[in-house]
Design a protein around this ligand. Structure first.
Ligand code: ZN
Length: 327
């Protein structure tokens, strides 16, 4: 597959998932090396199976990870390599600053309950995963000249992991980690109120850890409200359904909430005002709302071409606004 440069200006990317941006070649390499069965034998076949050429429901999208995460999770070498290669990819795309997010628990095979991807128990803990990813990112930073920070994800369906996530955010603040996120299936009813998530976000507030939450992408505006009022998020990924609640939308505009929004494929060089004026065919409710949400450009995740889980922030933001870039 050929990668088309999104646009030729230096870019800032604030919403990209490390485990959605792995080279198919690297997955094949570790699948073979570790004796883990994969659904394809060539990078192209693998791309066709785990990539996306049409929008999927969130559960369908998440099921893609089942195919390839077993090849990477639990391997120190593989995890460091995907972090390093991620920075290399971003350098080639002209990204100058990126915040990459991932769940440490989904890459571990020890001290994680349940152990993900049907792995046998090993000795790689979520704590060490964060250390290793940080090493790979820092080496990439040095070699490719991209400033890289990371965000640690809680998962909606695993509130029992969240308190450790916030502790890891605190522990690794000087090892690339800048914020906590809540990812996964946001349609799980009441998941914003699961005590594990609430306590983790409370601790994040107390400890000065920055906060973002996936909400309002496949869930209603109410989940956005929960993210703001209960979890005290400072940014929203992606927040589209906020538009269904005009009062909430106007309030968040006034509060300068940062929406990590993607534009439609093929849009180039949008400013934040143009993004919402032109709308996104995949999210028609964005149409007609002028000049409000912060604009981001579409996914260039290697695996996840149509995936909303990656977005570029364009140049039309105020770098002095603290929430524009979580530092
Ligand atoms: Zn995402």
């Amino acid at each position: 597959m050929t990668q088309r440069p999104t646009f030729d200006k230096p870019k800032v990317e604030l919403h990209v998932h490390l485990d959605g941006a792995i080279k198919p070649e690297t997955i094949l390499y570790y699948g073979r090396k570790r004796g883990i069965a994969l659904p394809a034998n060539t990078a192209e076949e693998l791309q066709n199976i785990i990539g996306m050429d049409k929008p999927l429901s969130l559960p369908e999208f998440l099921s893609k990870f089942d195919y390839y995460m077993p090849a990477i999770a639990g391997s120190r070498e593989a995890i460091k390599r995907i972090a390093y290669e991620f920075v290399e990819m971003k350098a080639k795309e002209g990204v100058v600053y990126v915040e990459v997010r991932y769940s440490p628990h989904l890459l571990a095979n020890s001290k994680v309950e349940p152990i993900p991807w049907n792995q046998a128990e090993g000795d790689l803990t979520p704590d060490e995963v964060v250390d290793i990813v940080g090493q790979g990112l820092k080496e990439g930073e040095q070699d490719f000249g991209v400033k890289v920070r990371s965000i640690l994800c809680c998962m909606r369906h695993q509130p029992n992991w969240s308190l450790e996530v916030v502790e890891l955010c605190k522990k690794y603040q000087h090892h690339t980690v800048v914020a906590i996120d809540l990812a996964g299936d946001e349609t799980i009813k009441g998941s914003s109120y699961f005590p594990g998530h609430v306590e983790a976000y409370e601790e994040a507030v107390r400890s000065g850890i920055h906060r973002t939450v996936h909400a309002g992408e496949s869930s209603p505006a109410e989940v956005v409200r929960e993210a703001v009022d209960t979890l005290k998020t400072e940014r929203l990924g992606h927040g589209y359904h906020t538009l269904e609640d005009e009062a909430l939308y106007n309030r968040l505009r006034q509060e300068n909430m940062h929406f990590e929004v993607r534009g439609p494929s093929g849009f180039v060089g949008l400013s934040h005002t143009e993004t919402s004026k032109n709308g996104d065919p995949g999210h028609p409710r964005v149409q007609g709302q002028g000049g409000t949400a912060w604009g981001c450009l579409p996914a260039t995740n290697l695996l996840l071409q149509v995936c909303p889980w990656s977005s570029y922030l364009t140049g039309a933001w105020n770098p002095n606004t603290e929430h524009a870039v979580i530092r």
